[in-house]
Design a protein around this ligand. Structure first.
Ligand SMILES: [Zn+2]
Length: 121
C-alpha cells in the first residue's frame, strides 16, 4: 500500500487504471473496464462530493477503497481476478518522538533529527 489519499473517485480510478484493466464491484457481479470505471467515477463524484475526512485508496493491485473516517477501509472495486489481501484499516505512519541516535526530541513529521541529522525512520 502506498497510502496515497485520493480526494475524488476519478483520481483513484485513474491511478487504479494504471495497475489493472478490469474490475468487479465488491458487492455485486458487475464488471467494469477502464472506460466504464472512469464513467462511473465521474457520475459518482458529481453526485457525492467527498467529505472532509473521507478519501479513496488504491491497492498495489488496483483495488479501490474508500474511507470515511480515516481508519476503516471499504473496498469498492476489486481487480477482476484478484486474490490480493486487502487491509481493512488505514495504516498510519508510526509517530517518532525521539531520535534513536542522540535522544533529542524530534519535531512532528520530521524525517531527520534536527540535532544530529540522523534519519528518523
Ligand atoms: Zn539525533
Amino acid at each position: 500500500m502506498d497510502n496515497h489519499r485520493y480526494i475524488t473517485l476519478v483520481e483513484a480510478a485513474e491511478a487504479a487504471a494504471v495497475r489493472c484493466s478490469r474490475w468487479r464491484f465488491a458487492t455485486a457481479d458487475e464488471v467494469y473496464d477502464r472506460n466504464s470505471l472512469l464513467g462511473i467515477a465521474e457520475i459518482h463524484d458529481a453526485e457525492n462530493p467527498t467529505e472532509e475526512d473521507s478519501f479513496y485508496l488504491v491497492s498495489p493491485g488496483g483495488a479501490i477503497g474508500f474511507s470515511d473516517d480515516g481508519e476503516s477501509i471499504d473496498w469498492l472495486f476489486l481487480p477482476q481476478n484478484s486474490t490480493e489481501d486487502l487491509p481493512l484499516t488505514v495504516k498510519t505512519q508510526p509517530v517518532i518522538n525521539f531520535c534513536a541516535t542522540c535522544g533529542e526530541r524530534a519535531l512532528p513529521g520530521a524525517r531527520f533529527c534536527g540535532a544530529c541529522g540522523a534519519k528518523l525512520c
